[in-house]
Write a protein that binds this ligand. Structure first.
Ligand SMILES: Nc1nc2c(ncn2[C@@H]2O[C@H](COP(=O)(O)OP(=O)(O)OP(=O)(O)O)[C@@H](O)[C@H]2O)c(=O)[nH]1
Ligand SMILES: [Mg+2]
Ligand SMILES: [Zn+2]
Length: 296
């Protein structure tokens, strides 16, 4: 990927949404529909919602002529310059899938983002065990039912706040509750199929209290699997609860799965690491090893 220049402090044009090769850019003169210059494709850069850009006029049309360097970016949902990432998990309908959650938290870590877990639908089922386990792993977990939106609003504080999670967990419902003017579409999940209808169609940023909120379309676990390919060795850094033990294993190249003298496995035995988290790590490690063609 080509080098992008860092954004100057006065950068004031931001992509709110991209759809079918058109980008909707918020500028001091309003939102403009733009295409992107061909150079970005040749550089391997896809413009993303959240990108700070410059525009040029060409034959009366607006085109994106520059994309500034990103602070971070996610592939799925496709969004750049994320300042708060909220992973939305519902206590029921759909029930939490820990493997999916563990993948989302690990992908966030690999992208340099500390995610916050938001629990919805705790009126339908308790999620105390889930909340306890993820707090033990070091994440901030907010139970929206019990705590309300206050703690989320406090964390948002301007910048780009992204809401991510399976389809039907209640992302759009929550965003509507803090920003009723938006009237985002929400939908019942299909009980027959047990999966949602993807009520939200594209990532879109909405101006909110000096920053932006990104509603994102939910995903199925299969799609999420393709969002990011891990290197086996980077995974240990994507599980924050492993960090205190890294460097203390007997073998320097320890994979923390079966080795003797592994400090992570010892923490697991002593209950300081949640078994399902360690299982997810092992599964992701095995997957990463196979796709890297590295059968060590
Ligand atoms: N009981 C209960 N239902 C909720 C809650 N939050 C959302 N729902 C319902 O869950 C369904 C799905 O909500 P949405 O907000 O559309 O979910 P979404 O995450 O935006 O889904 P996609 O846009 O498909 O990714 C709707 O019928 C909501 O009314 C909650 O806290 N409790
Ligand atoms: Mg939605
Ligand atoms: Zn180890």
């Amino acid at each position: 990927m080509g080098e992008l220049r860092p954004a100057p402090s006065g950068a004031d044009k931001i992509i709110l949404k991209g759809i079918g090769g058109f980008y909707y850019v918020e500028t001091p003169d309003g939102v403009l529909e733009c295409r992107a210059k061909g150079i970005f494709r040749r550089m391997g850069v896809t413009p993303l919602a959240g990108d700070l850009v410059e525009l040029e006029e060409s034959h009366g049309d607006h085109v994106i002529s520059e994309i500034y360097r990103r602070i971070n970016s996610l592939k799925r949902p496709p969004v750049a310059n994320v300042s708060s990432l909220f992973l939305v998990v519902s206590a029921a309908d759909p029930a939490p899938n820990r493997q999916v959650v563990d993948r989302m938290t690990a992908v966030a870590a690999a992208c340099g983002i500390d995610p916050v877990l938001l629990l919805t639908k705790t009126d339908l089922a308790p999620a105390d065990e889930f909340a306890r386990d993820y707090r033990l792993a070091g994440y901030r977990v907010i139970d929206l039912g019990a705590e309300g939106s206050g703690p989320v609003l406090e964390l948002m504080q301007g910048g780009i706040s992204v809401f991510e999670g399976n389809t039907g967990v209640g992302k759009s419902t929550f965003i509507n509750s803090i920003c009723p003017g938006l009237q985002l579409k929400t939908g019942e999940i299909s009980r027959k199929l047990g999966r949602g209808r993807h009520t939200t169609r594209a990532v879109e940023l909405y101006p909110f209290e000096g920053g932006y909120i990104a509603d994102t379309p939910g995903f199925s676990s299969l799609e999420e699997d393709r969002a990011y390919s891990f290197q086996p060795k980077e995974l240990e850094n994507c599980f924050p609860e492993f960090r205190p033990y890294l460097g203390s294993c007997f073998f320097s190249g320890c994979s923390h799965r079966v080795e003797k003298g592994c400090a992570v496995l010892e923490a697991l035995r002593e209950g300081r690491i949640v078994p399902s988290r360690h299982r997810s790590y092992c599964e992701m490690y095995e997957q990463a090893r196979q796709s890297a063609g590295n059968y060590k």
